[in-house]
Design a protein around this ligand. Structure first.
Ligand SMILES: NC(=O)c1ccc[n+]([C@@H]2O[C@H](COP(=O)([O-])OP(=O)(O)OC[C@H]3O[C@@H](n4cnc5c(N)ncnc54)[C@H](OP(=O)(O)O)[C@@H]3O)[C@@H](O)[C@H]2O)c1
Length: 251
């Protein structure tokens, strides 16, 4: 048996049409999982489903807003109707930006961080845990939640910190059959990151890298998060639950 294989798994990856979620969806399919893809754009969902199928993998998809109260049950129903099971949930949908200070941020923006990174995460996990007989949940956090504080990212870091705490409680409540872990990525220049940091050009990104003082002196890649997600969902991690793994080049 390959301890890193996901061949017996059916995985739902929220927000998986770009960036980290897309890399996780592709990686999971490459190592044998059937994958349910999600994002708000139906066209983008169809594209990723087609990419996975044309590479020989199994995939289905449902477009929908991760903040919608109805989406978790609808998309879990799809996993069961398409593949007969659900054994992995990756809560990847999230939002946040390098924005206003805590004295300046609007209540709407402050609450939006918690709607994505806490409420939606909880809603998907609770719906999934009621129907999963076994398996694994991954909550995609952020390295900003692991630091002493993060100016200009207070609401985002606090909401991901709350997510990490939820991860630890879910690990206790859903044990022993469902393991729950978090992954806390450092900066990866996806669309969300570019929007969040305001760094869009190559020059902006290089300047931001200097500002961040990254020990490994480079940004991460979505694939580097996907490998960790694979490990945490695989038999190789059978005794790991309630942990949050920071993947941030030493930052
Ligand atoms: N990139 C980083 O540096 C970084 C670092 C730490 C943590 N993270 C976390 O990693 C996760 C993914 O971020 P990313 O950087 O990979 O983002 P990204 O490349 O911008 O991709 C975002 C994905 O989310 C989907 N999406 C956005 N809003 C959605 C909603 N309301 N409902 C459903 N899908 C939605 C997008 O598709 P549509 O637009 O079609 O909906 C897209 O597939 C987030 O939780 C983020 O906080 C990222």
């Amino acid at each position: 048996m390959d301890p890193f294989s996901l061949k017996d798994e059916v995985a739902l990856v929220t927000a998986s049409t770009r960036g980290i979620g897309r890399a996780i969806a592709h990686r999971f399919a490459e190592v044998g999982a059937a994958v349910v893809v999600n994002g708000r754009s139906a066209e983008a969902v169809e594209t990723v489903v087609a990419e996975i199928r044309s590479a020989g993998g199994r995939a289905a998809g449902l477009a929908g807003d991760a903040l919608s109260e109805d989406l978790p049950d609808a998309i879990i129903d799809l996993a069961f109707s398409a593949f007969g099971d659900l054994t992995i949930l990756v809560n990847n949908a999230g939002t946040g930006r390098h924005g206003p200070l805590l004295t300046e941020i609007s209540e709407e923006e402050f609450r939006s961080n918690f709607e994505y990174n806490v409420v939606s995460c909880w809603r998907f996990a609770a719906s999934a845990a009621k129907r999963m007989k076994r398996g694994s949940i991954i909550n995609v956090s952020s390295s900003t939640s692991r630091q002493r504080g993060m100016a200009n990212m207070g609401a985002y870091a606090a909401s991901k910190g709350a997510m990490d705490n939820l991860t630890r409680t879910m690990a206790i409540e859903f044990a022993p059959d469902i393991r729950v872990n978090g992954i806390a990525p450092g900066p990866i220049p996806t669309e969300l990151f570019k929007h969040a940091s305001g760094a869009t050009s190559k020059e902006d990104l290089n300047a931001f890298l200097g500002f961040l003082k990254m020990p490994m002196n480079r940004f991460g890649k979505p694939e580097e998060i996907a490998y960790a997600a694979q490990f945490l969902c695989s038999p190789a991690a059978a005794w790991i639950t309630g942990e949050v793994l920071t993947i941030s080049g030493g930052q």
